[in-house]
Design a protein around this ligand. Structure first.
Ligand SMILES: C[S@@+](CC[C@H](N)C(=O)[O-])C[C@H]1O[C@@H](n2cnc3c(N)ncnc32)[C@H](O)[C@@H]1O
Length: 263
């Protein structure tokens, strides 16, 4: 059994499994959304912050953007490099890998757009500072540059009747990764604000045939939209729009949140 103590750097899933399932995701919606916001992407300087497997970075360089993929996990970086090996040199050379803790490193400057997708900001608490990440983003954007944040909807991710309890065990099947997951989560509830913090921990993964398992620790916070907007405003970013999806639908109770800020 594998044990990962600090999941701030890496994934709770074995890399082989991520590699297998990753190809099944479509990046089109996210990338088309960026087109609508920044116009033609060709030649634009973009940051994919917490790039993970690089699924968005790769799609963006294929469309001739210049991309800086910022990522702290060496495993993920290896996956990105592997994917680049399959690309023609003139495409792959548009990708710059920046390895390190995004709360600590300097970001490249004169950037047209920064994306922080798939709820990645949930890692920035518990000693990792969201305001640092947003301030570094602010400094890195050029005038007119935008920051796109994809946040999970804490209200639909958590059943309200469960959140008052200190520790809840839940079990579910993830269709996308074909994993069976048992997880414990701890939530902090404020009477006025609702869920202010949710930490997932001790997640156990099984593949669909129960062939292996992994025991890991993940600390992840479901930030409220209001909190993120406040932190962004404090570092100087201006909220321009909140969407409920990458197809630019308005927010409904079932949607995630896509927040767009500009400098
Ligand atoms: C949800 S995954 C990335 C998803 C990716 N943006 C996408 O849309 O496919 C979050 C990534 O953030 C990385 N990460 C978490 N904390 C980090 C930190 N402090 N510095 C750098 N990378 C970090 C993890 O290694 C992981 O690859």
């Amino acid at each position: 059994m594998n044990r990962i103590e600090d999941i701030g750097y890496g994934s709770t899933l074995p890399l082989e499994l991520i590699e297998l399932t990753e190809g099944k995701r479509s990046e089109t919606g996210e990338v088309d959304f960026l087109y609508k916001l920044v116009g033609a992407i060709k030649g634009k300087r973009l940051i994919d912050l917490c790039a993970g497997t690089g699924r968005l970075s790769i799609e963006l360089i294929k469309r001739q953007a210049r991309v800086f993929a910022l990522e702290g996990s060496y495993g993920m970086i290896e996956l990105i490099k592997k994917r680049c090996n399959d690309l023609p040199y003139d495409v792959a050379s548009n990708l710059n890998l920046v390895i390190g803790d995004v709360c600590e490193i300097d970001y490249p400057k004169d950037i047209d757009a920064i994306i922080i997708t798939d709820g990645s900001i949930g890692y920035f608490f518990h000693g990792k500072d969201l305001s640092k990440v947003l301030y570094s983003s602010f400094l890195s954007l050029n005038n007119g540059g935008i920051l796109v944040l994809h946040l999970f909807n804490s209200k639909i991710r958590m059943k309200k009747d469960l959140v008052n309890k200190v520790r809840i065990r839940s079990e579910y099947h993830d269709e996308r990764t074909k994993n069976h997951i048992i997880q414990y989560r701890h939530s902090v509830l404020d009477d006025k604000k609702g869920i202010v913090e949710t930490i997932y921990e001790n997640m156990f993964f099984y593949d669909e045939h129960l062939r292996w398992k992994q025991d890991s620790m993940m600390r992840y916070k479901l930030f409220s939209v209001d909190e993120v907007i406040q932190v962004a405003a404090d570092v100087g970013l201006t909220l321009s729009q909140v969407y409920g999806s990458y197809s630019m639908e308005p927010v409904s109770k079932n949607s995630d949140y896509i927040l767009v800020f500009f400098k």
